[in-house]
Design a protein around this ligand. Structure first.
Ligand code: GLY
Length: 252
């Protein structure tokens, strides 16, 4: 970093408290006045099994994040999220959209690590699988200032996504390899492959990015969602790709 690896972005260094615990993501829609929690998730940032190797944008995720209990979520709403929304409105800069609160959970309490004004990747994929078509109604209610009338209908289920990345990621990787086997995979409300870095060339799907596919499944238990997702991964023929084999391990 001090050798200039990050260019101008490395010119200033901020030293912050090291927070211990388990990190989980809490998603809330707000129309500027009202707030509606729409789910929790946990991702796996390290590239290797057992959370080893360099950081990535996320190698897989699951929802709900069991570590973020209803009690912790309610307290985070009351003590972190709602005061933020009220203060934004008081300043004349109301925030409307999705709030992604990154929480560090320790001793039954969540502390705010960061806010993102977006859905996470790959957290979004597991949230959307669980919300299904109602996601559109919720986003519309958010945009039209009607969130106080909106409700989330939760299925009591779990979703898990496995990221398939190009070998070499998060370092240098090559593009253009052909991915086979996708056509035979199910595309239903409980099993879906989301494309993040592909393009179709001469009728074949080719890899064009680092994180390339999100192989996603729902199940009555997290173990079932995991088994279904990895069964789909194993049906994909892409020798130039790789994935972690332990997505969900903390909760399992
Ligand atoms: N997966 C982490 C993020 O989207 O920030």
């Amino acid at each position: 970093m001090f050798g200039g690896e990050f260019g101008a972005a490395g010119a200033e260094v901020v030293i912050e408290e090291f927070m211990t615990g388990e990190e989980a993501s809490f998603f809330i829609l707000t129309d500027g006045t009202h707030a509606l929690p729409i789910g929790t998730a946990q991702d796996h940032k390290r590239v290797g099994d057992g959370d080893t190797g360099p950081n990535t944008g996320g190698m897989g995720a699951y929802s709900p994040a069991l570590v973020l209990s209803d009690t912790i979520a309610q307290r985070a709403m009351d003590e972190i999220v709602l005061p933020t929304i009220r203060e934004m409105a008081r300043r004349g800069t109301p925030y409307q959209g999705v709030l992604y609160a990154g929480l560090m959970i320790e001793n039954g309490q969540g502390r705010l690590v960061e806010y993102n004004a977006r859905f996470g990747d790959p957290e979004c994929q597991v949230l959307m699988m669980r919300l299904g078509a109602q996601a559109l109604d919720l986003l519309l209610a958010c945009a039209e200032g009607r969130l106080d009338q909106a409700r989330v209908n939760w299925a009591d289920d779990h979703a898990l996504t496995v990221v398939m990345a190009a070998k070499g990621y998060p370092g240098p990787y090559s593009k253009g390899s052909i991915i086979r086997g996708l056509d035979a995979l199910p595309e239903t409300s409980s099993q879906m492959v989301f494309h993040a870095g592909t393009t179709e060339r001469d009728g074949q799907i080719t890899a064009t990015g680092g994180r390339v596919l999100n192989v996603t499944a729902r199940g009555a238990t997290l173990a079932e969602a995991q088994a279904k997702a990895y069964a789909m991964v194993d049906a994909i023929d892409w020798p130039e790709g790789f994935c972690r084999r332990d997505i969900g391990w903390r909760a399992l």
